[in-house]
Design a protein around this ligand. Structure first.
Ligand SMILES: O=C(O)C1=C[C@@H](OP(=O)(O)O)[C@@H](O)[C@H](O)C1
Ligand SMILES: C=C(OP(=O)(O)O)C(=O)O
Length: 451
């Protein structure tokens, strides 16, 4: 079995996870969704008029996206108005005004380890005038990109990847892309599909995209792409509208500028809701949307099956723990990014769990299946890898170092275990900055609010 990739385990920067002294009772306001913010930025940059992104997530992944679009020529003005009431939330918040402009190289884009940046931006670069070099963290070189590279080449783009089929690479934009029909295998990442769809209204002939290959993961994220494209005026035919399976059509058409309020990141709400579940407490997440394409909405069902009670009302989503945590047998293919948090809860349950359908997590920020097995077992757990997931048999856990492999969701999983297992030290808690830089403060705040 391979060991998870990540940075050195030798000089860890250790964060002692706070232990809950009793049942957690808190309201936690979670910052905006990474997936929505980065789609909103791309669509706004490709639009034919200015747009607004309200309550954007400010984190490593979204700042990399904004920085790359700026380098390509887009103007993004950040303001924190004193009275930006919007969207019925009544809250003030940060607003980014996005003013699209001609996209130009030569430019170098740092993708960090952001899947959304490394996959959503090459199609944008193909529309730019000049070469756009893509580089990123060492792990970004290992993450799959072949569907984007092969797809773009078939649609008329010139890409120099020195035969790697991965980063680093240069997209030689010529100011326009023919577009048309293409087939790709997106079974290793739904982001290949989202990437090509997002830029497709700007292709001369639009796009007819077919997925060929194994099961497509993270379908809610593809629905998010389609919903946001349509809200920007795009014409999209998708399988769920009665069309052929695994086939999407996007018409060539100008995109509108939008005024959009970013929903809270429901996947980042996971550790806080889980805190209520494992301590038999109560946590409310305000502004939980009634309708959403975010995969995190599945937590209502998953955590109910694991022993919590969820109520969605005008205050937001409230999860109340019963004091008991049950194991679960779940196919997480649609909601893969929830796996580390589910695995941590499962390690504290009263029965075995089997998590299925998530083989593609081996190619996420780190090999998440190997990392979870190794780190939970390092605290005394009993986790084994299966072909497509994890089998977790709860055992009494002990303290120790929880390594995080530059993976924000490993770090929050470690913090959750440390809530009920004394002396868990989480390596590099700052890695949560990929999507949730405020995590340590929010976590301590949640505990400080304990009734
Ligand atoms: O499109 C998106 O915003 C995302 C899609 C998913 O990627 P994969 O399909 O590669 O798992 C998800 O895991 C990632 O966190 C965000
Ligand atoms: C897989 C994830 O991120 P990325 O957008 O980098 O793929 C994640 O956030 O869990």
């Amino acid at each position: 079995m391979t060991e998870p990739a990540g940075h050195a385990l030798t000089a860890p920067d250790l964060w002692t996870a706070p232990l809950a002294e009793g049942a957690v009772d808190a309201t936690v306001t979670v910052p905006g969704s990474k997936s929505v913010t980065n789609r909103a930025l791309v669509l706004a940059a490709l639009a034919s008029e200015p747009g607004w992104v309200r309550r954007p997530l400010r984190s490593r992944d979204t700042l990399l996206m904004a920085g790359a679009l700026r380098a390509l020529g887009t103007r993004i003005e950040e303001t924190v108005p004193s009275n930006a009431s919007h969207g019925g939330t009544g809250e003030t918040g940060e607003v980014w005004r996005v003013v699209p402009a001609g996209l130009h190289g030569p430019v170098t884009v740092d993708v960090g380890n952001a899947g959304t940046v490394m996959r959503f931006l090459p199609p944008v670069a193909a529309l730019a005038d000049g070469p756009v070099r893509f580089d990123g963290d060492p792990r970004a070189y290992e993450r799959p990109l072949h569907g984007v590279i092969g797809g773009l080449r078939a649609l008329g783009a010139r890409i120099d990847d020195e035969g790697r089929g991965a980063l680093p690479m240069t997209v030689h934009g010529s100011g326009a892309l023919a577009g048309g029909e293409v087939a790709i295998d997106a079974s290793s990442s739904s982001q290949f599909v989202s990437a090509l769809l997002l830029s497709a209204p700007r292709f001369n002939q639009g796009l007819e995209l077919r997925h060929t290959g194994g099961r497509l993961p993270s379908m809610p994220h593809i629905r998010m792409t389609i919903e946001m494209l349509r809200a920007a005026g795009a014409q999209v035919d998708a399988p769920e509208d009665g069309g052929a399976p695994d086939l999407w059509r996007v018409t060539s058409k100008a995109l509108l500028g939008r005024d959009l309020v970013v929903e809270p990141d429901l996947s980042n709400a996971q550790p806080f809701l889980a805190a209520a579940l494992v301590t038999g407490g109560r946590v409310t997440i305000p502004d939980w949307p009634e309708h959403t394409t975010q995969p995190g909405d599945a937590l209502r069902d998953l955590f109910t099956r694991m022993g919590g009670r969820c109520v969605l009302d005008e205050r937001g989503l409230t999860l109340t723990g019963s004091g008991r945590v049950h194991g679960i047998d779940a196919d997480l293919s649609e909601v893969g990014e929830l796996t580390p948090g589910i695995a941590a809860v499962a390690a504290l349950a009263d029965s075995e769990s089997v998590l299925r359908g998530v083989a593609h997590l081996r190619l996420h920020e780190t090999d998440r299946l190997a990392a979870l097995r190794r780190e939970i077992n390092g605290l005394g757990g009993d986790v084994t890898e299966t072909d497509d997931g994890l089998r977790i048999r709860p055992r009494p856990l002990r303290g120790g170092v929880f390594h995080t492999y530059d993976d924000h969701r490993l770090a929050t999983a470690g913090a959750l275990l440390g809530l009920v297992v004394p002396d868990v030290r989480v390596e590099d808690i700052a890695t949560t900055g990929k999507t949730l830089p405020d995590f340590p403060d929010l976590w301590h705040g949640m505990l400080g609010a304990r009734a």
